[in-house]
Structures are given as structure tokens and as C-alpha cells.
Design a binder for this molecule. Structure first.
Ligand code: GLA
Ligand code: ZN
Length: 676
């Protein structure tokens, strides 16, 4: 496949960050200094205009883009390209004063006041009109600027709106979805329960906080609607951009597994996926390697939304943020490690929030490349410049991909339904956490994993892991069956296949939709354990594992038992089973087992599927990017100890050295080995 280079204009991996010159327009000296220092830091891009609406249009209909043009010119003359945001992430005061309907309505039905950001109504016609005007003016001013390489739409879409407009749109959306047949909806949402049957779509209200929050079908569909509505809004901006400046790719920046929007749906409208990564480094609840592991999972989620091209790390903090509970500094070396981790997992950019700290307001203490001190001889500036120098050496990586034979299924829909479900234990459901753990179990073997929605095609994968796949969307069960039939290794767990996509339970045994046959078991009961309860399982080879939180009781059909429970009234009953179909296998893990046991089990699947694994020192990550027969192995030392990597051979890209044999990495050290 041909490499897709996101930014051919830039020779290395893009190095940039949010730049807010509109806060400094009265300080031309600082604006000049910025460009000089950006070059010193090895920056190749700047993200402009994220919150510039009131600088562009200080009064309704009065536009000023001269300053922007001047800055883009100066950046470009100095080899710095522009990622240009559309300014819709926050509104000027005049707009909200004159057009209050542009502001959102909250879940109690109360209209927001002017302030903060990301709080516009997605469907208000007047807001769309105002955005369309400013966008067209912006394109008139700089749409053909030679430095412009990307449109960044709005900023971190999020939230929901309960205004009358949005409610009406919700009702129309539902009418469409259920073929204008209210009985279909009543059945799908099981509304006879508590006598909540609707006669007409106009009776349906969104899940107001003081209204109907008890219907699982409704709450789920509201989430899907909010994604649809946000995407529809985003498309209204994309349409203008694509019409007026089709040559420039578009993105918007995501926030981890932000639970309010299904990013997979939004991504279909984007050219490139980008996201903002702000892990709580050096926290007091997990190891540093665990923090990095979760970040790796997040990168994998983003990467897997568009598997044919790299993604972008749109924001990260050079030193610290200001919104964690405790804003701890990245320790020396960690900035480089985290930046190169993004690249290892398929990002073709390393970008920051923010270039320069502002003097006032909400983010005045948020980390930046340039502090209030304003000098380049600081630790943070030096570390950023070091990253800049590294990224400049990585031209060969541009457009290479992380390819994986292993997929982990993770659905926003499934997250929403597990969250909404009144069952299990509210405290310990932990669906995303469980997916992240499974990803880390696989990372233990140095194996890269795609994190994909359950209804993505499974061709090309040899191992599929589906933790807590509570909801089976249409077609998923068939796709899993076909996967095993063609020789795939599948592992599912407790809480699989309880409901369909409307949250209606399957009848005739879980996992539903025909999966009892695939796994050869029926899950008859599920026991939720208190945090201090535990049970054990014993495998046929005598090894033991610990059970916490959840244990299902299985009725064995034609699966083979690999482990049984040790205690309680289900002692002796199957806890881990497998059913083979040809060379394919369907494993069912009926309980939440300890890490070591799960790593062992997943190791067996990888071995069966003949997936190459790596023997890595504790705390070391391994990832591979590749293209055209060229492989790039990344080793990231996420421990505070020096480590030796066994048997590497090739050229180390950052030093240019030929290497062969053991390779030494210092604490937080990174190497990238190019090999054929
Ligand atoms: C988000 C936003 C930025 C900034 C940073 C702070 O990612 O997009 O504007 O507020 O958070 O970490
Ligand atoms: Zn609204």
C-alpha cells in the first residue's frame, strides 16, 4: 500500500502546538520573539485560531484578519506551517447577548449563560449561520495561504443540548429510526414497564435529569442522537471547508475515551484523527508503566479509527497541566518518552498545548513550552527542543503504519449500555478499565493491538479479544462465528451478549444471538462480589487464579473446561472453557481473573495463532511501525531502571548507529531500530 504522508511539506515528524497570539497583539516584541524561539525549539507547525473569534470579529460584522495573516506569513517564512482551527469552540460575548439561542440548554432545561466554552447548541440555526459567516471570511482571508496545512474543526467537541430545537430534532431522529412506527419504539424500549408507553413521537422527551432517566433504550438512543447531532454540526463546518478549500485536510481533536460522543461515528467525516493526551504521570495509584500503558491504549484507539494512515497527537503538555487533581511535573526525560510513544503507536505529529503561557485567566498555570520567565534556557524548553531535534530525524517514519494481527473490541455503545444497566455492582463494572487491562496484558508480549468497534470487519486478525461485550450489535455474533470458523482465536468474558442494540435482553440463554453455540456454554447466573470477597479457579494443570468482582455460572454444552471454581456454591463448576471449531477456538472466561492468570491465558492464544512475541524487561514497551518491507521497532523504557533489550539488530534512528546484540536503555530511554 502506498504510504500516506500527512504533511509532505514538513520533512520530519511534525512538531508544533497551540499558539495564541491573539492574547499578545499589544506586544509585537513578544510575537517576534515567539518565531525566533519556535525555531530554536525545532517547531515545524503552530496551531492558530483555536479561540480567536472575538479577535477576528470584535463586533458583529466587523472583521479583522490582518494580524492572523501577518503571523501566518512570518511563521511560513521561518519554516513553520499552520494548523488552523475554526473558531467555533467559544463565542464572543456580543453573540450570546444578541442571540441567546446559540447557547445550550442543560439537562434540567435551563439555558446556559455566556461564558466558558464548548457550550453552543448544535442545531440552533442562528449559531450555524454565524459560524458559516466567520468561516467564509476566514477562508477568504487565509484559505489559500501557502503555510496552511490542516483545518482543525472547533476544539474538543463535547456536551449535550436539551433546548427545544434539539428536542424536536431528537423526536424526528427517532421517528426516522423506527420507521415512523411508535409501536416499534415501544417494543424496542419495553415501555409497557411502569406504564410508559408512548402514543406519538412528540411525547418523547430526552432524559432530563428530573425526567425520564429510567428507560435504558431512551438513554442509549439519546447518546447516539447526541453523537449524530454533534457530527451533523461538525459536518456543517466541514461542508464549507471542503467546498471552499478542498485541498486542505480536516481533523478535530478528541479527548481519550470521552464518554459523551462516539468518536468512531464522527471520524467517518474526518480526513485525519487527532487527539489530546494528558496522562496523570507519576500519580500515586498506579505504576508509571501503567500510566504509559493506558496512554498506549488511547493511542491505539485513535490509530484504529483510520488504519490506513497515521493519526496526530494534537495536544500534550510540555511540563504539567492545571486541571488534574494534583498537577505534577513530568520528570526529566518523560516528555521525550511520551512524545516518542505517540510516534511509536502511529502518530505523525507531536503537538502541545501550549506554546506560551498566558498572563491571566483559567489556564495561566497550564504548562507551556515558554513559561512566564520567557527564556529558552529552562529545563522544559530544553527537553522540548530535544524532542524537536529527534523528530527532525524521523522522516523515514512518515506514513508508516502499526499493523496488527490482534484486535480488541471496544464499543462506545457498549460502554454506555453497561454504564446505564441497573445490575452488577455500580462500583466495579469498569468496562473501559477492563479493556485497558486486556490491552496491557497483550502489550506485555510486545504485541501491538488494534482497538476496534465490535462490528468492524475481522479479516486480517488472528486473535480477537472481546472483554465484557454486553451488547451485541446486529451482525456481531455472525462475524465472531465466521472469525472462529476460519481459524481465529477468540476470547470473550463474563457479561457477554446479554442485550441487543436496543438494550433488550436475548432470550434462550446468554451469550445471545447464537453465541451459546459458538462458545459451547450458557451463562445461567452472575454473582457480583463485594470488594473484599474473592474466589479461586483451578486450571487442569493445577495452576490457580483469583476471582474478584464477577463470576458467572456456566451450563456446559459442548465446550471443554479449562478451569473450575474452587469455592462457594459454584465450587467445581466451569469458570474457563474453550470450544474448538477446526483450528479456531472460542474461549469463555466466566469470571474476572487476576492479571497473571489472564496474561498466561492470552499468551496461549497468541501462541496458538503463531503471533511473534517479545521477551521484554519489566516496564518496557515494544511497538512496530512499518511500510514497504521496512520495519521500525520502538523500545520504550517506562521504568526508572536502566534495562537491556535482548538481541536487536539494525540501525538506531536517533543516533544513526548500527546496532547488533543487547541494547542498553537508560531510565525513560527510547530507541528506534530500523530493520528490513
Ligand atoms: C484541552 C483544550 C485546550 C486546553 C487544554 C489544557 O485539551 O483543547 O484548549 O484547554 O485542554 O490541558
Ligand atoms: Zn440545542
Amino acid at each position: 500500500m502506498e504510504r500516506k504522508i500527512l504533511f509532505p511539506q514538513i520533512s520530519g515528524i511534525m512538531h508544533g502546538g497551540d499558539y495564541n497570539p491573539e492574547q499578545w497583539l499589544d506586544r509585537p516584541d513578544i510575537l517576534e520573539e515567539d518565531v525566533r524561539l519556535m525555531k530554536e525549539a525545532g517547531m515545524t507547525s503552530a496551531t492558530l485560531g483555536v479561540f480567536s473569534w472575538s479577535a477576528y470579529e470584535p463586533k458583529e460584522g466587523e472583521f479583522h484578519f490582518e494580524w492572523l495573516k501577518e503571523i501566518m506569513d512570518r511563521l511560513y517564512e521561518n519554516g513553520i506551517h499552520t494548523v488552523l482551527a475554526t473558531p467555533s469552540g467559544a463565542r464572543p460575548a456580543w453573540l450570546d447577548q444578541k442571540y441567546p439561542e446559540a447557547m445550550r440548554v442543560d439537562s434540567y432545561g435551563v439555558r446556559y449563560h455566556h461564558g466558558v466554552r464548548h457550550n453552543h447548541c448544535m442545531s440552533a440555526p442562528v449559531y450555524r449561520e454565524k459560524v458559516s459567516i466567520i468561516l467564509n471570511k476566514l477562508i477568504d482571508a487565509v484559505g489559500d495561504h501557502p503555510g496552511l496545512v490542516m483545518w482543525h474543526i472547533s476544539n474538543e467537541f463535547g456536551g449535550e443540548c436539551f433546548c427545544p430545537h434539539c428536542v424536536k430534532r431528537f423526536q424526528n431522529y427517532l421517528a426516522e429510526k423506527f420507521d415512523h412506527d411508535i409501536d416499534k419504539l415501544n417494543h424496542a424500549w419495553w415501555t409497557a414497564f411502569w406504564s410508559h408507553t408512548y402514543n406519538d413521537f412528540s411525547q418523547i422527551e430526552p432524559p432530563y435529569s428530573n425526567g425520564e432517566c429510567s428507560n435504558m433504550g431512551l438513554t442509549l438512543e439519546w447518546k447516539r442522537f447526541t453523537t449524530w447531532s454533534m457530527t451533523d454540526y461538525m459536518k456543517s463546518e466541514i461542508d464549507i471547508l471542503k467546498q471552499r478549500s478542498p485541498q486542505i485536510p480536516v481533523t478535530t481533536n478528541y479527548m481519550k475515551l470521552y464518554p459523551g460522543l462516539d468518536y468512531r461515528v464522527m471520524s467517518k467525516e474526518l480526513d485525519v484523527v487527532s487527539w489530546d493526551s494528558y496522562p496523570a504521570f507519576h500519580n500515586d495509584w498506579e505504576t508509571f508503566a501503567d500510566t504509559m500503558g493506558e496512554n498506549a491504549f488511547d493511542h491505539a484507539v485513535m490509530r484504529s479509527m483510520k488504519k490506513d494512515k497515521p493519526f496526530m497527537l494534537m495536544e500534550s503538555a510540555p511540563g504539567l497541566v492545571n486541571w488534574h487533581d494534583c498537577n505534577k511535573m513530568k520528570r526529566p526525560g518523560v516528555h521525550r518518552l511520551a512524545s516518542l510513544q505517540a510516534v511509536a503507536l502511529g502518530s505523525d505529529t507531536v503537538q502541545y498545548f501550549q506554546w506560551r503561557k498566558g498572563r491571566g485567566s483559567f489556564e495561566q498555570y497550564h504548562g507551556a513550552v515558554l513559561d512566564h520567565l520567557g527564556r529558552s534556557d529552562t529545563r522544559i524548553f530544553r527537553e522540548v527542543a530535544e524532542v524537536g531535534a529527534d523528530l527532525a530525524k524521523l522522516s523515514d517514519l512518515r506514513g508508516t503504519l502499526v499493523k496488527s494481527k490482534v484486535a480488541l473490541l471496544f464499543d462506545w455503545d457498549n460502554m454506555w449500555s453497561i454504564d446505564a444497566m441497573r445490575g452488577l455492582s455500580q462500583e466495579t463494572k469498569k468496562y473501559p478499565e477492563t479493556c485497558i487491562k486486556f490491552y496491557k496484558y497483550l502489550m506485555h508480549f510486545g504485541v501491538d493491538v488494534d482497538v476496534i468497534p465490535s462490528d468492524d470487519p475481522l479479516d486480517g486478525y488472528d486473535v480477537v479479544v472481546a472483554p465484557m461485550l454486553y451488547m451485541l450489535r446486529t451482525g456481531v455474533a455472525d462475524s465472531l462465528k465466521a472469525f472462529v470458523k476460519r481459524g481465529g482465536q477468540l476470547l470473550a468474558t463474563y457479561v457477554t451478549g446479554y442485550v441487543d442494540e436496543n438494550q433488550l435482553n436475548f432470550l434462550g440463554g446468554f451469550p445471545g444471538d447464537g453465541l451459546t453455540e459458538l462458545f459451547g456454554v450458557i451463562s445461567e447466573e452472575i454473582d457480583s462480589l463485594y470488594p473484599t470477597d474473592c474466589n479461586e479457579v483451578c486450571f487442569t494443570d493445577g495452576s490457580k487464579g483469583q476471582v474478584r468482582d464477577y463470576a458467572e455460572m456456566l451450563r456446559l454444552l459442548d465446550a471443554k473446561t479449562l478451569a473450575t471454581y474452587e469455592q462457594d456454591y459454584y465450587g467445581g463448576m466451569p469458570a474457563v472453557t474453550v470450544k474448538d471449531t477446526g483450528s479456531g477456538s472460542a474461549y469463555y472466561v466466566a469470571a474476572r481473573l487476576d492479571d497473571e492468570t489472564m496474561i498466561r491465558l492470552l499468551g496461549q492464544l497468541l501462541e496458538k495463532a503463531q503471533i511473534p512475541t517479545y521477551h521484554l524487561p519489566e516496564g518496557v514497551e515494544h511497538h512496530t511501525r512499518e511500510a514497504d518491507g521496512q520495519m521500525f521497532d520502538f523500545y520504550l523504557n517506562c521504568s526508572q531502571q536502566p534495562v537491556e533489550i535482548e538481541a536487536v539488530s539494525g540501525t538506531e534512528l536517533l543516533t544513526g548507529e548500527a546496532v547488533s546484540g543487547a541494547y542498553h536503555l537508560k531510565p525513560y530511554g527510547v530507541c528506534i531500530i530500523a530493520r528490513k
